[in-house]
Design a protein around this ligand. Structure first.
Ligand code: ADP
Ligand code: MG
Length: 686
């Protein structure tokens, strides 16, 4: 149960004045559902402006305050263009004040022709005209006050404005409760950090590194602490030691030898499984490193010990593919492999449930359906989770509750994360790394091609297919909305279909499952030669005969994602090619990213560079999208503060494992504040 003291923070945003159903959507889009989220919606940056006498004194791109006198209002000619107010400074320079959409109403009111106004905003150029788009302020009196303002700039979504968000933030900050200090007193004094509520307030006011650090530290501490509690809890649990006699593994007829890294990982897993404490191990290995066979060996150990194993995949497609692979690999061993997904109903499902219960099924592969309440195992001893990063810690814990005794867990991930982040994400697990690729892989020939040359690229795909090979075509990512991604994919599919007819298939996230499977099957069997897709193929799909990959608007993808995508090719012995199509407007970072893709295929190196590219340019800790479990801490802060937080959390758990002392109580509040309360649940599990 969440401590009452936090209730005001966890009230919905609708309890804030001025928030009704209309604002709900834009707020949701920013992830601002509760008062807490708004209070933690920290500014992306701050602006301070320079007052200038006239526009000659100002540089392009500069934030300025200047006196301007409107001379003319220009409504858009067609319905859609911007509304422009032309205005002059005191030496006759003309500047356009440009407004889009409904903002033009404000312009009409605030900028009467012939009357001098102080205008604050960013000076830009449009063609050969100076302009300020959506001035931040327009006032009648002197601009001094404007110039002195240091204002926060918040991330917005359609329907929100800076002042609106600032107002909501202010309301949220006025509701902050007084919370006990959870940071270790020595540390707190040494760093000269403000206390929690002051830190939040300061962080909205200006650039206060100490405040930002403290808030980031809180988040890191909460995370470390929760993971530490999971780990401590796991050590106390009783699992079942599994001794395999090697009899089933000996029967496998693999067409290759395991790499050194694979052998080492299997040995590490074998060692864990023999212990009574349940295994909690992460198998980290780049795309194509050969994790599946390691998982199979682990599952066979469980079978040799007379128990069952289950493999959880994040998507239906991947579950089916794993099932096929594992079944055919395991065939010589005589082990029974079955699949269960949300789509299996009626009699099929019944018979699988029976088989699990009576133990005739040894290995079950599936989506989260394999852990529903109605699914009962005779003796589940090992859970393998593929693409671990798709699941949260909370989900993983749920799975662990399935066995009679706590099953061993092997999590697998192909996301090469930088070392600094491994601790943050998987701090509670032991790690095996597959840092060696199976032999005989040819490097993928990666090229960057301008989107202008689309027609040539399509011709190239045509030749490739005519030569009997297969290809992937990944459609542009339209950041925000999945539906727009799908629209783009469908449009591309339609145009490619004109040329390639039945040889092309389409797969995206909202396709009916039967259609999706049918398309995947046609591609995997070689009946279809070209697979057009949104990023759903990112995870795990394995078609060795596909040797060409085209990625549209590649600059929009992160390095890690491009790396994952590219990993779909280069799986067979044929030479593979990856074409990265780039749009016209390429940022410096975008350019560097694509160059790196061309230069290296080492996932861990790309992950480190990704971190550098995104970490470097950030002044303040803006929110990281999905790649780290953190919303407050920036990559730079993670690197600097996480080791401290980690040690602090360990000391706390060692001294006060039940979190019952005064600092322990404060730490519980912290866990709830950052919604790491699954950590608290561990305390009860005991
Ligand atoms: P991932 O780590 O991405 O899950 P997979 O398990 O799908 O990789 O393996 C990729 C490919 O490499 C598969 O086709 C698999 O048969 C092959 N493979 C795995 N291990 C070896 C090995 N030791 N030698 C040669 N090929 C291997
Ligand atoms: Mg895999």
């Amino acid at each position: 149960m969440r401590p009452d003291i936090l209730n005001p923070l966890f009230a919905e945003t609708e309890t804030l004045e001025g928030v009704g159903p209309k604002l709900r959507k834009p707020l949701d889009k920013l992830g601002l559902r509760r008062v807490r989220d708004v209070a933690y919606h920290l500014p992306e940056r701050f602006v301070s402006r320079r007052p200038v006498g006239n526009l000659d004194e100002a540089g392009e791109g500069e934030q300025i305050v200047v006196a301007l006198t409107p001379t003319e209002h220009r409504a858009p000619r067609s319905g859609r263009g911007p509304y422009r107010v032309l205005a002059q400074d005191n030496i006759g320079n003309v500047c356009a004040l440009t407004y889009f959409g409904r903002a033009s109403y404000t312009a009409k009111k605030q900028l009467p022709v012939g009357e001098k106004r102080w205008v604050a905003g960013r000076l830009d150029r449009y063609g050969d005209m100076l302009q300020i788009v959506h001035p931040d302020h327009v006032v009648e009196e002197s601009g001094d006050t404007l110039a002195r303002l240091c204002e926060p700039v918040y991330a917005l979504s359609e329907g929100l404005t800076q002042p609106r968000v600032a107002g909501l933030v202010e309301q949220s900050l006025s509701r902050l409760p007084v919370l006990p200090e959870w940071i270790e007193p020595g540390q707190f004094a040494r760093e000269k950090w403000p206390d929690w509520s002051d830190a939040l307030k300061l962080a909205h006011k200006g650039e206060h590194p100490a405040a930002r650090d403290r808030l980031a530290y809180d988040e890191l501490l909460a995370n470390s602490l929760a993971l530490m509690l999971v780990r401590a809890d796991n050590r106390r649990r009783k699992g079942q030691p599994l001794q395999g006699d090697g009899s089933l593994r000996a029967k496998l007829e693999l067409p290759y030898h395991l790499t050194g890294a694979q052998e080492r990982s299997v040995r590490e897993i074998e060692g864990d499984l023999a212990q009574e404490a349940p295994m909690l191990r992460l198998l980290q290995g780049d795309v194509g490193a050969g994790k599946t066979v390691v998982a199979l060996e682990a599952m066979l150990i469980a079978c040799e010990a007379g128990k069952q194993a289950a493999l959880l995949a994040p998507t239906e497609i991947l579950a089916r593919q794993h099932f096929e692979t594992l079944r055919s690999m395991a065939r010589p061993s005589g082990v029974e492999v079955a699949i269960l997904t949300g789509r299996d109903k009626g009699r099929v499902r019944e018979s699988i449930l029976m088989g699990l219960l009576d133990g005739s099924i040894d290995i079950l592969v599936g989506t989260h359906a394999i852990f529903q309440d109605s699914v009962t195992y005779r003796d589940l001893a090992l859970v393998v989770i593929d693409e671990q990063h798709r699941f949260g810690v909370a989900q993983r814990l749920q799975l662990a509750a399935k066995g009679r005794r706590t099953p061993h867990t092997l999590a697998m991930t192909a996301t090469p994360i930088p070392r600094t982040l491994t601790l943050a994400q998987y701090g509670e697990m032991d790690v095996s790394r597959l840092d060696e690729m199976p032999p005989g892989r040819q490097p993928i020939d990666t090229r960057v091609v301008s989107q202008d040359r689309l027609a040539e690229v399509v011709d190239g795909v045509g030749r490739h297919i005519a030569g009997g090979q297969q290809a992937y075509w990944v459609c542009p990512m339209v950041r925000e909305l999945e539906t727009e991604d799908i629209a783009a994919a469908e449009a591309r599919y339609a145009s490619l279909k004109e040329r390639f007819e039945d040889e092309v298939v389409l797969v995206h996230g909202q396709l009916r499952p039967e259609l999706k499977d049918a398309a995947m099957e046609r591609f995997a069997s070689g009946a279809a030669k070209l697979l057009v897709a949104t990023t759903v193929i990112e995870v795990g799909v394995d078609v060795p005969a596909a040797t060409l990959m085209v990625i549209e608007q590649a600059e929009r993808f992160g390095l890690a994602q491009l790396h994952q995508l590219r990993g779909r090719v280069g799986r067979g012995s044929e030479k593979s090619t990856c074409l990265l199509l780039r749009g016209e407007a390429l940022s410096e970072t975008g350019r560097e990213r694509l160059a790196l893709m061309r230069e290296t295929q080492d996932g861990f190196r790309l992950a480190e560079e990704d971190l550098r590219l995104r970490g470097g340019g950030e002044l303040l800790g803006t929110r990281q999208s999905g790649d780290t479990p953190f919303r407050v801490a920036s990559l730079e802060q993670i690197g600097r503060l996480l080791p401290l937080a980690h040690d602090d959390a360990r000391l706390l758990v060692e001294r006060d494992g039940g979190l019952t002392g005064p600092r322990g109580e404060a730490a519980r509040i912290l866990l709830y504040l950052f919604e790491r309360d699954w950590g608290v649940q561990m305390l009860r599990g005991g």
